[in-house]
Design a protein around this ligand. Structure first.
Ligand SMILES: [Zn+2]
Length: 337
């Protein structure tokens, strides 16, 4: 904290770009979101420019709302692989971007510096700074949305890897010759532990005509293609047996993948966020059981606690705003020497 100087008392725009929605907010210096807005993410078949239009529109709305208090930088968390210089989204399985020069394209349109990071990195940073990961020197975060986002934070710093591409845990293969993934491979973890997995399994159960799926059928209105992951989550909370089974399956796959990650990374705490995590203990109980069952060296090592995130679906935009503020503040201080 500088306590004065550029940006004191100001509000920073943070944007979280996912496969289905763009969530943006004005974030104060304590990490609280004081205003929100959102847009639908234009489909993958549209030009990358369409996504930039939607982002720029949401950001401008918030900059106008902040007026004089707007901090002069914008943070973007994007559901994609971000290059090590953080200028380019090199690949985004759920978006139209391929080697997209997002940072400079947006900065040129908005007239302020833009800081880009992977959306899960931004969420992990926010949870470490303000949320459930405070004080943990070796924090692992996974977010279960359309796919799986991942981040590793070492002493509060995002571990980005040599080329900026660390943390793409969702594309570890867990099932040889398994379901085809949007990344082009088969059997990726996110095909089994994500909102997409819930949706696919619910639709398959309905297509099979199983009477067991009666509780899910009310969401389908006769068309299984209408059932989405959040319907399954809602039905599970109402105690529907089939929905509980499907959430449990996702939880078990989550636990298996987390045990693999623990074997490689030995984290001190694992946080689970994203839309699917709103199932709470319905998801996390089977996750912990599978994790404990699968963990290599089990019985002879501590079990890293697996808990929900604190900041919910705001974590990505809070982190994007915080990173933008922190990194441009450092640039300003360097520049003033
Ligand atoms: Zn994949």
């Amino acid at each position: 904290m500088t306590g004065g100087g550029p940006g004191a008392g100001s509000l920073t725009v943070g944007v979280d770009i996912g496969g289905t929605k763009i969530a943006a907010g004005l974030v104060d210096e304590q990490g609280a979101v004081v205003r929100r807005t959102r847009r639908d993410t234009p489909g993958r078949t549209l030009a990358p420019r369409a996504v930039e239009d939607a982002i720029a529109d949401a950001v401008q709305e918030l900059l106008d709302a902040a007026g004089e208090r707007a901090y002069p930088a914008v943070g973007i968390g994007a559901a994609g692989f971000v290059s090590s210089d953080r200028a380019t989204v090199v690949f985004a399985p759920h978006l139209a971007w391929r080697d997209e020069p997002l940072r400079d394209a947006l900065a040129g349109r908005l007239g302020v510096p833009v800081v880009v990071d992977n959306d899960a990195n931004a969420a992990g940073w926010a949870e470490h700074r303000y949320g459930a990961g405070q004080g943990e020197p070796r924090l692992l975060l996974v977010t279960l949305g359309t796919g799986i986002g991942g981040a590793l934070l070492l002493d509060g710093e995002v571990e980005r890897g040599r080329w900026g591409l660390a943390g793409e845990f969702g594309h570890m293969q867990v099932v040889p010759e398994g379901h085809r993934c949007e990344c082009g491979n088969r059997g990726c973890w996110e095909q089994y532990a994500s909102g997409k997995a819930l949706q696919r399994e619910a639709r398959e159960m309905l297509l099979a005509g199983s009477p067991y799926a009666a509780g899910l059928a009310r969401w389908s209105e006769g068309d299984p293609g209408r059932v989405e992951g959040h319907h399954v989550t809602a039905a599970a909370r109402d105690g529907d047996g089939a929905a509980l089974d499907l959430i449990g399956d996702v939880g078990r796959w989550l636990g298996v993948g987390l045990a693999n990650l623990a074997a490689a990374l030995d984290p001190g705490r694992i946080l689970v966020g994203g839309g699917v995590s709103q199932s709470g203990e319905l998801l996390l109980r089977p996750t912990r059981e599978a994790f404990a069952r699968q963990l290599t060296g089990r019985g002879h090592r501590p079990l890293a606690p697996i808990t929900a995130t604190d900041l919910g679906t705001d974590a990505g935009l809070i982190g994007a705003a915080g990173l933008a503020r922190e990194e441009t503040m450092a640039d300003r201080e360097d520049g003033s020497d």
